[in-house]
Ligand binder design. Structure first.
Ligand code: PEP
Length: 257
């Protein structure tokens, strides 16, 4: 696959001021980057409009969630057309924190994937097995179920606009355990296999990103996997002093490829 997608979800972090400072610096850092590296950032809703005005198209701008309906009595929700109105490029769907704390399920996520595609917003669908799945030896089954339900009835044409983020729940966040490179590569190969099963050869075109305790020590190793097409980074990307060396390493990696 040509491109590597490298991006970060800020979760519930950064004020508008902090977000603007971060984005200005990232834009400068991105100026001379390899064209095969596609950067994206996913700030909280409050920063989206202003960042959209200040950013060009070289870095994709994403939202952390959305409803599947366009309008209605859904207090506290944001709709696909609202995101479209402010020029959002992508939307993160099904992060494990949304599944865990807000009861998001695969059936509703399927509606959200359809709604995003209908509005030409790129869905970044997050999937991942829980620790108990891994311990019981059913990680692959868990990933298959999530993919098959979340991508139900998506056409082979539409699927080319979907990004998948594989994020093992046990590897994410402050309490997370770093996954071994072999494990990550094995799960990515499995995800590719399921995508090919569902979408035929079009399944080769779907980028699969890895997320979960990615840092400078493991980023390039993860990227050596044949089916690892990018990195979705939390803590190691929120501070540009930490993120910049990772981006430089990826730049070198791309030059050697
Ligand atoms: C995440 O929460 O999706 C994530 C990838 O976070 P971290 O990199 O901090 O583990």
């Amino acid at each position: 696959m040509e491109k590597l997608y490298i991006g970060t979800n800020w979760k519930m972090h950064k004020s508008i001021k902090e977000g603007r400072e971060y984005t200005q610096k990232l834009k400068e850092m991105a100026r001379n980057k390899n064209e095969r590296m596609q950067l994206f950032i996913i700030p909280p809703y409050t920063s989206l409009s202003i960042l959209r005005e200040e950013m060009d198209s070289s870095i994709l701008l994403g939202a952390q969630n959305m409803h599947w309906e366009d309008e209605g009595p859904f207090t506290g929700e944001i709709s696909p057309s609202m995101l479209k109105e402010i020029g959002i490029d992508l939307v993160e769907l099904g992060h494990s924190e949304r599944r865990q704390y807000y009861n998001e399920n695969n059936v509703d996520l399927n509606k959200k994937v359809h709604a995003a595609l209908d509005k030409e917003i790129i869905p970044l669908l997050c999937i991942g097995e829980k620790l108990e799945d891994k311990e019981l030896g059913v990680s692959e089954e868990s990933l298959s179920v999530q993919l098959k339900i979340c991508l139900n009835n998506i056409s082979t044409t539409q699927i080319k606009n979907v990004l998948i983020a594989y994020e093992p729940v046990w590897a994410i966040g402050a309490g997370g355990t770093e996954a071994s490179t072999n494990y990550v590569h094995k799960m990515h190969d499995h995800i590719r296999k399921v995508l090919l099963e569902i979408f035929g050869d079009n399944g080769y075109d779907i980028p699969i990103l890895f997320g979960g305790s990615v840092n400078r020590g493991n980023a390039i190793e993860y990227l050596t996997g044949q089916n690892v097409n990018g990195l979705f980074i939390g803590r190691s990307a929120w501070d540009l002093e930490k993120f910049e060396p990772i981006l430089n390493d990826i730049e070198q990696f791309l030059q050697q490829k």
